[in-house]
Write a protein that binds this ligand. Structure first.
Ligand SMILES: NC(=O)c1ccc[n+]([C@@H]2O[C@H](COP(=O)([O-])OP(=O)(O)OC[C@H]3O[C@@H](n4cnc5c(N)ncnc54)[C@H](O)[C@@H]3O)[C@@H](O)[C@H]2O)c1
Ligand SMILES: O=P(O)(O)OC[C@H](O)CO
Length: 334
């Protein structure tokens, strides 16, 4: 198997390292030629993973044709909202039987499609050739070789098992799952909930508040997931609660950090500037997740509050009052 990872940000670079460590022949594509040169020459990606030494066997290129030549597996590691445009540019270089692996955690704002649906629409590939990889996987920790697990979800179980072999190392343990919808909804919604946790922590609230947001965030994830066809067990797994807990708890999370800036009183622009060009997917996906919830008539008050803070000028303090002022109800309801 030969893999190409398209996108040399923090997760693309970390997952390329995983693939090489797993013994899979892998090339990394970077948009900027100078970054590709530095990765190949110095075995570092100082822009995204400073201090991490990349394997000697990993080379990078900024040529799409060179990167994709002979690749059986194309790993899509660009942000959700730019996946469609990137994939359209890559199309002339794709092989006929390519397997796609989506790493992006988001829902397209213009169409409300999940990332595997975008890949299918643009490439024409059937769903059984498209997998999603998702789990509690903060890029830096994985790049450091800290033990973690993930989920590789694909409708074709044999293909998922082949990918499991291609990504499995002594520190990175992929599980297979056929519930692609559940994995993608879990990954998209947790970014929005991590923004809420960051806001709470920025305001100065402690662990009770965080646990409340995580747990009620999981309830929102499950309600939306079930409505769009996901299995509840997936949301209780690594790509659901696992990723939710990791992202909502870690200062390494860009989404949580973005929310913390807002909670501390920063403007959206100031919070954006503080990301140094790295993507906090939930900022855009709160709009599409909320629209998806509206479409399926699912109640998602935390998502709604995050959306209003990010896009309608609601203050974090007013968001808290509004959430706590909602009518009383049972914990579990349809
Ligand atoms: N970083 C993580 O810990 C992590 C872990 C799991 C999943 N993810 C997901 O992986 C996806 C990629 O995230 P990342 O962490 O690598 O992001 P990043 O911000 O570190 O890097 C994004 C990469 O995409 C490129 N890029 C940015 N905008 C682009 C555009 N318009 N067109 C083409 N390329 C563009 C950048 O140059 C960079 O190489 C996101 O959906 C994210 O949610 C990230
Ligand atoms: O840094 P974030 O907030 O994009 O989260 C990274 C990963 O998705 C965690 O699994």
């Amino acid at each position: 198997m030969r893999a190409v990872v398209m996108g040399a940000g923090s997760w693309g670079t970390a997952i390329a390292k995983v693939l090489v460590d797993a013994g899979t022949d892998t090339t990394l594509w970077a948009r900027r030629p100078e970054l590709a040169e530095r990765i190949t020459r110095d075995h570092t990606n100082a822009d995204y993973l400073p201090g991490i030494t990349l394997p000697d066997g990993l080379s990078a290129t900024s040529s799409v044709g060179e990167a994709m030549s002979g690749a059986d597996v194309v790993v899509c590691a660009v942000p959700s909202q730019s996946l469609r445009a990137n994939l359209t540019e890559w199309m002339p270089h794709l092989g006929a039987d390519t397997t796609f692996v989506s790493l992006a955690k988001g829902v397209e704002t213009s169409t409300l499609l999940r990332m595997t649906e975008v890949i299918s629409e643009v490439s024409g590939a059937p769903g059984d050739r498209i997998a999603a990889l998702s789990g509690p996987n903060l890029a830096r920790e994985i790049a450091e070789g800290q033990p973690a697990a993930t989920v590789i979800a694909c409708a074709d179980e044999d293909r998922a098992r082949d990918l499991q072999d291609a990504f499995k190392t002594r520190y990175f343990r992929p599980y297979t799952n056929t519930d692609v919808i559940g994995c993608e909804i879990g990954g998209a919604v947790k970014n929005v909930i991590a923004l809420a946790c960051g806001m709470a922590s920025g305001v100065g609230f402690g662990q009770n508040t965080l646990a409340t947001i995580i747990t009620r965030g999981l309830a929102e994830t499950i309600r939306l997931g079930v409505a769009v066809g996901a299995q509840i067990e997936t949301m209780a797994g690594l790509a659901g609660v696992g990723d939710l807990v990791a992202t909502c708890s870690s200062p390494l999370s860009r989404n949580r950090t973005f929310g913390a800036h807002l909670g501390e009183g920063a403007t959206m622009q100031e919070a954006q500037d503080a990301t140094h060009g790295q993507v906090a997917e939930g900022v855009k996906s709160c709009t599409s997740v909320r629209a998806l919830a509206d479409k399926y008539d699912v109640e998602m008050p935390l998502t709604d509050a995050v959306h209003q803070v990010c896009h309608s000028g609601l203050t974090v303090a007013d968001a808290v009052s509004s959430l706590l002022g909602r009518r009383a109800k049972p914990e579990i309801y349809d």
